[in-house]
Ligand binder design. Structure first.
Ligand SMILES: [Zn+2]
Length: 270
């Protein structure tokens, strides 16, 4: 039952993401009714129910019958799945086994669902427009630090690298600093300014101990996909591929599997 609720919540948030991304990019207000991209037909609330309206209208505008973009249902459904996956991962992660305190559990759950949603919106945004919106990164960064402050309050040794807040701060500085350096020496050619800011946030999510793996995973996955695109989709070496999605997927993976990765790494060293 809770899964159905979270899925529906995800679909509605996905619907909002569609509106937010396209209207912000077009510099329009996010308030007001949706209109058809082709004939400016104003959609009634019945034409605007996520997924269901798309199916009933067979993916066409009611008035001009032009095909509606697949982006709408795709973003809605995928957001639903991202939220369910996050819920499942939080529920089944030993890291988040709380001492029976339901407040603590819901606090953790809310935090991870919230930042997963923001990460997913940035993922789509960067993929579609090659832009990482500052305001979303800022919202994410603030929530991560609020979360880490709350977590570090219970930490035994405040002034240590194991303290979540200090770990987050150093992780952010390392990744943001690394990308900032690349941005500086390449004059913005190898990496975008948006990636530098996103890097600071993502570094603070995974923390000092795992930030090196975040760099490794995002470059390796980026390289694999780039080779794949060049070989099979005849993309040119020069064509731009946004880097944000690789950073986001790697950070999401590390968010839930950090301890496993660190353990495998430590075993390799011995
Ligand atoms: Zn139309």
């Amino acid at each position: 039952m809770i899964y159905v609720f979270i899925f529906i919540l995800g679909i509605c948030l996905g619907s909002f993401a569609n509106v937010l991304i396209d209207r912000t990019q077009a510099k329009k207000s996010i308030r007001g009714r949706s209109i058809c991209d082709f004939c400016n037909y104003v959609l009634s609330w019945l034409d605007n129910i996520p997924i269901i309206s798309f199916l009933i209208l067979k993916g066409q505008c009611k008035k001009c019958r032009k095909k509606l973009s697949w982006q709408y249902p795709l973003v809605e459904l995928s957001t639903g799945f991202v939220l369910i996956l996050t819920f499942w991962l939080v529920q089944n992660n030993l890291l988040f086994q709380t001492n029976g305190s339901s407040f603590e559990f819901y606090f953790i759950l809310f935090y991870f669902i919230f930042i997963s949603y923001i990460l997913w919106v940035i993922f789509i945004w960067d993929l579609k427009y090659m832009i990482i919106p500052d305001f979303l990164v800022l919202i994410g960064l603030v929530s991560t630090f609020i979360f880490q402050i709350q977590t570090s309050l219970g930490s035994e040794y405040f002034w240590s690298f194991g303290n979540p807040l200090i770990s987050a701060l150093l992780g952010g500085l390392i990744l943001g600093g690394f990308f900032g350096f690349i941005f500086y020496i390449s004059k913005g050619k190898w990496i975008g300014g948006g990636d530098v800011k996103l890097g600071f946030w993502l570094g603070s999510i995974v923390g000092l101990q795992a930030v090196y793996f975040l760099i490794l995973f995002s470059y390796v996955s980026g390289a694999i996909v780039a080779v794949f695109l060049i070989l099979f989709f005849s993309k040119k070496m020069k064509s731009q591929i946004p880097f944000g999605p690789f950073l986001i997927v790697s950070a999401y993976f590390l968010m839930f599997n950090r301890e496993v990765v660190l353990e495998v790494w430590n075993n390799l060293l011995i």
